[in-house]
Design a protein around this ligand. Structure first.
Ligand code: ADP
Ligand code: MG
Length: 325
């Protein structure tokens, strides 16, 4: 017997995620009632994942649940905010119990890890599509933005961008890797990204601007620079690439993917020279996993330099795997 809408919500989405005392009323009524602390500002973000566009058709349901929340947590992280509540609009062709159980497990475990309560949503029939709205808060006046940085500020990035796009290529059989450990590691970077919430919170004391890297390092660095009214120069030799990515695609393509791949959900942020020493002292890079990769400059545009000359990345956005068929 097919699962009814109410049973489905009851079984998979009631009390999913963390139990929070600031949720006066969660799933089950016409709306959620949430207590916003008076000294904080509400932060809201929303993202949609469409099957076949933002995740492959045969993606593990647990990954879809994880990513739908993770991409939103990443936006909250980039604001320096603390996530609290999520709403989930789920469109499914059928109420497939196995898929739902796995989806809800993936969503729920990430939600508990980041103390997020699922407080409402909507369930409809149609082509598979997941929208999550996240709500969180930040101490009044302290949120990070894309704007606010200035020429001369150092540009830094967390993690090892490029892995996720290789992981997606592996999932779609556009790339093959002989080493099973490398294969698993790269796939996991696409399927189960880790939003950098703790780093974003700490960066409020040092960073002048911040953005999460979802569309590719160079493109997102360009967005931050534009919002801050300047340009950016990244140093090719400083790009952090993982050993796994280098093993999978070689050193040169690893850097190309680090610059142009997407789905990383790392943080790119700017720190003025005067605050850089304090950042490096208080948040040791080896522990917090970030690296300096360039600087903002007055001249508009986003460029990549190597040994003083500019590298041409005009093929930006090209499909790097299909290209080599
Ligand atoms: P309404 O018709 O008033 O919008 P619904 O019947 O759609 O209410 O939903 C009933 C309750 O279940 C509401 O509290 C709603 O927020 C919640 N809900 C529906 N779908 C989901 C979902 N996929 N995840 C979490 N909560 C959901
Ligand atoms: Mg409804």
């Amino acid at each position: 017997m097919p699962l009814g809408e109410f049973e489905l919500i009851d079984r998979y989405f009631r009390e999913l995620g963390a139990a929070r005392s600031d949720v006066r009323l969660g799933v089950g009524d016409d709306g959620a009632l949430l207590e916003v602390p008076p000294d904080r500002q509400l932060v809201a973000a929303i993202d949609t994942l469409v099957e076949g566009i933002h995740f492959p058709h045969d993606s593990p349901a647990a990954s879809v649940g994880h990513r739908a929340l993770a991409v939103n947590l990443s936006d909250v992280a980039a604001m320096g905010a603390e996530p609290a509540w999520a709403l989930l609009a789920l469109t499914l062709p059928l109420a497939e119990e196995r898929w739902l159980a796995e989806f809800s497990r993936g969503f729920g475990s990430l939600a508990r890890r980041f103390r997020v309560a699922l407080v409402g949503g909507d369930t409809t029939r149609g082509p598979r599509c997941v929208t999550v709205q996240i709500l969180g808060s930040v101490e009044r006046g302290t949120a990070l933005r894309r704007s606010g940085a200035a020429p001369g500020d150092a540009v830094l990035v967390s993690g090892t961008p490029g892995d996720a796009t290789a992981g997606l290529a592996l999932e779609q059989a556009r790339l093959e890797v002989a080493d099973a450990v490398v294969d698993r590691e790269l796939r996991a970077r696409f399927l189960y990204p880790t939003p950098r919430v703790a780093l974003g919170r700490r960066l409020r004391d040092y960073a002048t601007a911040c953005i999460d890297v979802s569309d590719g390092l160079l493109a997102d660095a360009g967005k931050l620079a534009r919002a801050s009214g300047c340009g950016v120069a990244l140093d090719y030799d400083q790009l952090p690439v993982s050993a796994a990515l280098v093993q999978a695609v070689g050193a040169a393509r690893a850097r190309e993917l680090a610059l142009t791949g997407g789905d990383d959900y790392e943080l790119l942020f700017c720190v003025p020279p005067a605050r850089l020493a304090a950042l490096l002292r208080d948040l040791p890079p080896a522990e917090w996993l970030y690296q300096r990769i360039g600087a903002l400059r007055a001249q508009h545009g986003a460029i990549v330099e190597r040994g003083g000359s500019v590298i041409d990345f005009s093929h930006l956005g090209f499909d790097h795997f299909a290209e080599r068929g």
